[in-house]
Design a binder for this molecule. Structure first.
Ligand SMILES: Cc1cc2nc3c(=O)[nH]c(=O)nc-3n(C[C@H](O)[C@H](O)[C@H](O)COP(=O)(O)OP(=O)(O)OC[C@H]3O[C@@H](n4cnc5c(N)ncnc54)[C@H](O)[C@@H]3O)c2cc1C
Length: 423
């Protein structure tokens, strides 16, 4: 049976007090400030790594239930058969080797007054400073008929490795004349171009297998989407009419999904589909909401200069759970926010250097193996909000060589990013 684990500064000091080393070396009598990070994705894992960067002044613990992280980024290439599933998997061994204490468990509650976490395994873990990056949760009831159980038949494929695998199994089973329906969410949600990259990669998979007369219908909650003209142009060039995008004025709203019948009812028609990918509206990960760190938007408001929660100064919220202006929800952004947060905490608790806060985000979308588009911007904090400056996006008239170069850039970005997070 698992023993409850209690770790707090007092017990660390008590343990140290019993050692002769303590008498010989008074410098170690002072316990290090304890920083606990929850969530081992791009936000949390990067923060834990960079809190240890440049010195060992902090006691850093990362709590994450899974021993392997499966990257949502490039999961669409896995769907297309362009990447094996194992290539999306990353472990935490390198972080542990850097001195990050790994706890594989789920945080079930944050006692903000006592500055203590409770975990599903029964541990109580105290913190001087807490960083949480628990990702997203869904507004399950926003799509009538959808639920966590329904997601086992109509996958969202938006978090967790099993969902990506299920989506691929269903895609691989689509035959001639098959109909795929993708329900795309309203903003804000993680990686705005991802549903459209997904439609592209599904079409690529069907085309490569020689599936005839299949269709992909995107029923969107939005009246436009990121890099829309670029996607629609490339869909015509590569997949000749296979992908159809409908805005709310065309479909009239989603009335219901029925996972057993595999139907989607809109205001105007009932789609009898071969598979349905429902991407529901999103909110902050449950932990952030349960801890009272979210506002009416469902996300956790932060000060953009420090990613500090506006509702609790001892807690920083980073990654997709946070909201603080115009910064997008992406792995790139989460990684950036994590490094800024680590710098701020090291400056406050470990006498580290504090540099001006700047963010960047670049996002590549693969439409076909040698045809990738990108957009991005720089961001800076102004009056506590993150403000976008210098946005750019790919152009319609770009040469095939430039598009192929961007596809190679996307591959390079993935290697660099995952090395920065988990290496
Ligand atoms: C199809 C798709 C394509 C994408 N493509 C790109 C792209 O090209 N570029 C890009 O930059 N981004 C992309 N993204 C977005 C990117 O994946 C997310 O923005 C990013 O993963 C957010 O990181 P995070 O740390 O906030 O959350 P997550 O990556 O979701 O990590 C959260 C972690 O917290 C853990 N956790 C949650 N609750 C608890 C708890 N109570 N206790 C302990 N641990 C907990 C979870 O297990 C998880 O490991 C894509 C997303 C999708 C779905």
């Amino acid at each position: 049976m698992k023993q409850p684990l209690t770790i707090d500064r007092r017990s660390v000091i008590r343990a140290l007090a019993g050692t002769t080393a303590l008498l010989a070396c008074p410098a170690i009598a002072k316990a290090k400030p304890r920083v606990v990070v929850v969530g081992g994705g791009p936000g949390g894992a990067t923060a834990a790594k960079y809190l240890k960067h440049g010195g060992d002044e902090l006691d850093v613990t990362l709590i994450e239930p899974n021993r392997l992280y499966v990257t949502p980024f490039t999961s669409n290439l896995f769907l297309a058969g362009l990447k094996p599933y194992e290539a999306l998997n990353f472990g935490y061994e390198a972080l542990a080797a850097r001195g990050v204490g790994m706890v594989f468990d789920t945080v079930t509650a944050i006692d903000r007054d006592a500055r203590q976490l409770r975990t599903g395994g029964g541990a109580r873990i105290s913190y001087d400073r807490l960083v949480i990056s628990p990702g997203i949760d869904f507004r399950w009831d926003a799509v009538p008929g959808y639920s966590p159980e329904a997601a086992l038949l109509m996958p969202h494929g938006y978090r967790g490795g099993e969902q990506f695998k299920l989506l691929k199994r269903q895609l691989d089973a689509v035959g001639d004349g098959g109909l795929i329906v993708i329900i795309a969410p309203p903003l804000p949600y993680r990686c705005p171009p991802a549903p459209y990259e997904r439609a592209s990669m599904m079409a690529y998979a069907l085309k490569t297998r020689g599936v005839k007369n299949a269709r992909i219908v995107i029923l969107d909650a939005k009246d436009h989407f990121a890099m829309q003209t670029l996607f629609i142009d490339a869909w015509e060039r590569h997949y000749g009419g296979m992908i159809e995008w409908q805005d709310p004025t065309i479909h009239g709203g989603i009335k219901a999904v029925d996972p057993k019948a595999m139907t989607v009812v809109t205001d105007f028609e009932t789609h009898k589909a071969t598979m349905v990918n429902v991407i529901p509206p999103q909110i902050a990960g449950q932990l952030g909401r349960d801890a009272g760190l979210a506002d009416d938007s469902g996300f956790c408001p932060v000060d953009a200069g420090s990613m500090r929660s506006l509702l609790d100064p001892a807690i920083h919220v980073i990654g997709d759970s946070a909201t603080g202006g115009e910064f997008p929800k992406s792995g790139f952004a989460a990684n950036n926010e994590a490094k800024i947060t680590a710098m701020i905490i090291r400056a406050e608790l470990a006498d580290g250097r504090r540099l001006p806060v700047r963010f960047t985000n670049h996002c590549w979308s693969t439409i076909a193996p040698n045809d990738a588009v990108k957009n991005g911007a720089r961001y800076e904090p102004r009056d506590g909000k993150i403000v976008m400056i210098d946005p750019y996006t790919s152009q319609l008239e770009e040469s095939p060589e430039l598009r192929a170069k961007q596809a190679r850039e996307a591959t390079g970005w993935y290697v660099g990013m995952t090395t920065d997070i988990f290496g």
